[in-house]
Design a protein around this ligand. Structure first.
Ligand code: ZN
Length: 388
């Protein structure tokens, strides 16, 4: 009788569970207080608010407006304060620290080096500053008793023409903190095939890349990303739902592209809260992630922009638990999916799954089991149930 209620995953369990994050933008995850500090230090006068709390609210409200273009405008402010080496080191270190405190054990954080050149840094200096920050953040997290490993993804902007240069940069810093490449920015009018030379170069170099596709734009964007560009993963990919038909009786029919994505185990980097803000989904309960998880697509859960969405990995999981009644087994499934889909070498992914993720979830499940055995005799004997 009690089992249904007690199987509900609690926020505390979610926070303590080991989590893996594949889709998170460095310029979308700053602490509001850091933005205020950096604006003052670098003389940037364009912030809409100078109080950290009000600034945080401003970012969330601007992102809530429902338009992807307006959502992207908020990045003008964060990028403006990320133009010096010191600023990049600080932002990257705090990113790793914040994620580790939230129970994230492995993260791939993306940023566009070309957006941090305004004060005279070179592309190489940007990459090295961010790497230094991540290492610093990993070290500070360890001091706090948290363990995290962070890899960088270098992003090229869809509307710009530097993708080959950024792909070469990603390749040069491979095994030196950079684990892959990405294309981001407004999808409409900027199909991924504009950047074919960058993707073909990376394939020839046996390197990895993901492409933002199927967020604001539909199936053609996903199809191009996979079949023309050869993406290893899809950033968002929510519109794959347009190629799936669910009949009144619940029968499901996959179209050819959806079948391909599922058959080939193409990882979907889903970002539920971000999708609600850009109107790519209507509500958590109606987010395609529910159906895609049921159909065993290679679904992963991500934050996209923690600042603009006022979110964290734990909060994303909390929303999904509330909407779909997910158990710790479901959360472990999402997490193992993400770790399998990471761009680090296979043996390291396997070690993270077997030595960190599975033991972490096993511990949480064991705790729950023992709580049940403590509670059961009290209930059976008819004495007052302990509330422990
Ligand atoms: Zn994104």
């Amino acid at each position: 009788m009690q089992s249904q209620k007690t199987s509900t995953t609690t926020p505390d369990q979610i926070r303590r569970s080991p989590k893996v994050l594949l889709h998170d933008h460095l310029d979308g995850g700053l602490r509001p207080g850091t933005i205020v500090d950096l604006a003052r230090e670098t003389g940037y006068a364009g912030l809409p608010e100078s109080d950290p709390d009000k600034l945080g609210t401003w970012f969330r409200e601007a992102a809530d407006s429902g338009s992807l273009e307006r959502y992207l405008e908020t990045f003008a402010h964060t990028c403006a304060v990320m133009q010096t080496r010191q600023a990049l080191v600080r932002v990257a270190a705090e990113c790793a620290e914040d994620l580790a405190a939230d129970g994230v054990v492995y993260a791939e954080i993306r940023y566009a080096p070309e957006q941090h050149l305004e004060a005279g840094l070179t592309l190489e200096e940007v990459v090295e500053a961010v790497n230094e920050g991540f290492r610093e953040g990993e070290r500070r997290a360890r001091e706090d008793g948290n363990r995290i490993r962070v890899g960088a993804l270098l992003t090229a902007m869809r509307h710009a023409a530097r993708s080959l240069e950024i792909a070469e940069l990603a390749n040069r810093y491979r095994d030196m903190g950079v684990v892959g490449f990405d294309i981001a920015g407004a999808e409409a009018g900027f199909p991924p095939t504009r950047h074919l030379d960058a993707f073909e170069y990376l394939k020839r170099e046996n390197n990895h890349f993901t492409i933002h596709a199927g967020e604001a734009f539909g199936l053609p964007s996903i199809w191009q990303a996979l079949q023309w560009c050869g993406a290893d993963r899809l950033g968002h990919g929510v519109r794959i739902i347009d190629d799936i038909q669910v009949a009144e009786d619940g029968t499901v029919k996959l179209g050819p592209l959806a079948s391909y994505v599922r058959d080939k185990r193409i990882p979907l980097e889903m970002c539920p809260t971000s999708n609600l803000q850009t109107a790519a989904a209507v509500s958590y309960a109606e987010h395609p992630i529910g159906l895609l998880r049921r159909l065993h697509f290679r679904v992963t859960v991500n934050t996209d922009n923690r600042l603009m969405s006022g979110t964290s990995m734990s909060r994303e999981f909390e929303h999904l638990v509330e909407a779909f009644d997910y158990t710790l087994d479901d959360l472990q499934w999402f997490t193992v999916n993400a770790m399998k889909s990471a761009f680090i070498p296979f043996d390291e992914r396997l070690a993270m799954i077997n030595d960190v993720i599975k033991p972490g979830y096993a511990e949480l499940k064991a705790e729950w089991l023992f709580q049940q055995t403590i509670a059961t005799p009290a209930l059976a004997s008819g004495s007052a149930a302990s509330q422990d």
